[in-house]
Design a protein around this ligand. Structure first.
Ligand code: PA5
Length: 443
């Protein structure tokens, strides 16, 4: 993985980026020594090594589910599902659902859509399916609701005893309703350690079990992350440390008025990497009325919709492009004798050459239009490179949050909607809030 920040230099000087060096070093020290805000949530920093003793158990559990199930439902929301989905989508064949040989991975508990849940229940009817239920707190409404529905269905289809063997829970070691339920029912469980927050948990069982269930090599994913941990460490000089550089340049751009970062891809398989990244940066930095707004676009698709705004709209944007150097497959464009579509100038070229020229042409146009571009190049989409990319983004996020002056590891803002929802649903214990909100609605 390589980071290139040269196309930001027309907008911020190299000196302005370098000026962050002392603060970056300070932030790195806070992370490594655990002296900064949120220091009780730093377990992710050393996960690449800490998780290795659990890999065999995770793999064995995945092998069992893969052997037994046609469909595996991953239940979870936010940090409890986005990382797994991001890696699985990035590595899977785009038409995976047509492949009858492998168990299908589907998701639930990431929304409360009644049609979604109805259609999922219909899909699972009569099929042998397994459930991985992931919730650190064990009390989040969306996954809890989906789990009760699907567990009931599984028990009806398989009987309670057989269903027990097809359910795995990933949750806190002692607290929360999911832990209580798992202990009582005797489900297989994995623990989310106290010091690992949801959005930093993809390299723990939270991400690794679903990824292994999808048939991908979790050891290689961890190898990539471990190597990136070395490269992004406190001993790597500022200029050679990609996490330090990325954190510094995005803060320099933010200080210069670039308040929105677009994560850009040119491969549809990377769509969910951006969804994971948005949560990582949005939830870590968006607080105290500060923070770069993380958004994303899929190119070239979105060049035909959002492209106009990016080229010509308000100038508060910068882009970070994830470029994949080498696709897995080759498609050559054919020659046509009649050339009625006028495309013979592409004959014999790879489709990826067209895509790469679109990528280069877009970058030049956007930079000319006032949008700084950062570029992350990964050699190809595989487990090792995705592990590296994940750790790079996590490490840079920790540094960047400290540069911004916020606690990157809490998320106080996500509670507000939950309080209102529980009050409106008359959840026991919310009587006072319920009365207050009803009064407010009558005004
Ligand atoms: O990053 C986070 O902490 C959140 O996105 C959580 O992962 C999400 O709210 C789900 O929480 P839980 O795993 O407790 O169900």
């Amino acid at each position: 993985m390589k980071l290139n920040i040269e196309k930001a230099y027309g907008f911020v000087s190299a000196e302005a980026v370098k000026a962050y060096m002392p603060q970056v070093e300070e932030s790195q020290k806070k992370l490594v020594e655990g002296t900064g805000a949120g220091n009780d949530f730093l377990g992710w920093l050393t996960l690449p090594e800490d998780i290795r003793p659990q890999l065999a158990d995770i793999q064995a559990t995945a092998d069992l589910l893969r052997k037994e199930c046609e469909v595996i439902v991953c239940i979870g929301i936010g940090g409890s599902y986005l990382g797994a989905k991001a890696v699985i989508e990035a590595l899977s064949n785009s038409f995976e659902w047509l492949n009858a040989d492998k168990p299908k991975i589907v998701y639930a508990g990431q929304n409360i859509g009644e049609d979604y849940l109805y259609e999922l229940q219909e899909l699972l009817r009569g099929k042998r399916f397994g459930i991985i239920c992931i919730s650190k707190s064990g009390t989040t409404t969306e996954p809890a609701l989906a789990f009760r529905l699907l567990k009931t269905q599984l028990e009806e289809q398989e009987g309670k005893e057989a269903a027990r063997q097809l359910i795995v829970c990933i949750t806190d070691k002692s607290r929360g309703a999911l832990r209580t339920l798992a202990n009582k029912e005797g489900y297989k469980t994995f623990v989310i350690e106290d010091n690992i927050g949801g959005r930093f948990s993809v390299l723990s069982p939270v991400g690794l079990l679903p990824i292994a269930c999808a048939g991908f090599n979790i050891e290689k994913l961890i190898d990539g992350a471990a190597d990136m941990e070395q490269l992004c460490g406190i001993d790597t000089p500022f200029e050679q440390n990609p996490a330090a550089q990325y954190a510094a340049v995005r803060n320099a751009l933010y200080a210069g008025g670039k308040r929105t970062e677009l994560l850009v891809n040119f491969h549809p398989k990377l769509h969910y990497i951006a969804e994971w990244w948005k949560q990582l940066y949005g939830e870590s930095e968006g607080k105290e009325h500060k923070g770069i707004f993380p958004a994303s676009v899929d190119f070239t698709t979105d060049l035909h919709s959002m492209g106009q705004y990016i080229q010509d709209g308000e100038r508060h944007l910068f882009e970070t492009v994830i470029s994949v150097a080498e696709p897995d497959n080759t498609v050559l464009f054919p020659y046509d004798e009649e050339n009625l579509d006028g495309l013979n100038f592409l004959a014999g070229k790879r489709v990826d050459e067209v895509n790469k020229m679109a990528e280069l042409g877009t970058m030049l146009a956007h930079v000319d239009g006032g949008v700084p571009n950062l570029k992350i190049t990964i050699e190809r989409l595989n487990e090792y490179n995705l592990g590296s990319l994940i750790y790079f983004f996590e490490r840079a996020c920790g540094i960047s949050g400290y540069l911004l002056g916020v606690n990157p590891f809490n998320q106080p803002g996500v509670e507000a909607y939950k309080k209102n929802m529980f009050a409106l649903l008359d959840k026991p214990g919310y009587e006072a809030e319920s009365a207050a909100i009803r009064q407010k609605l009558q005004k």
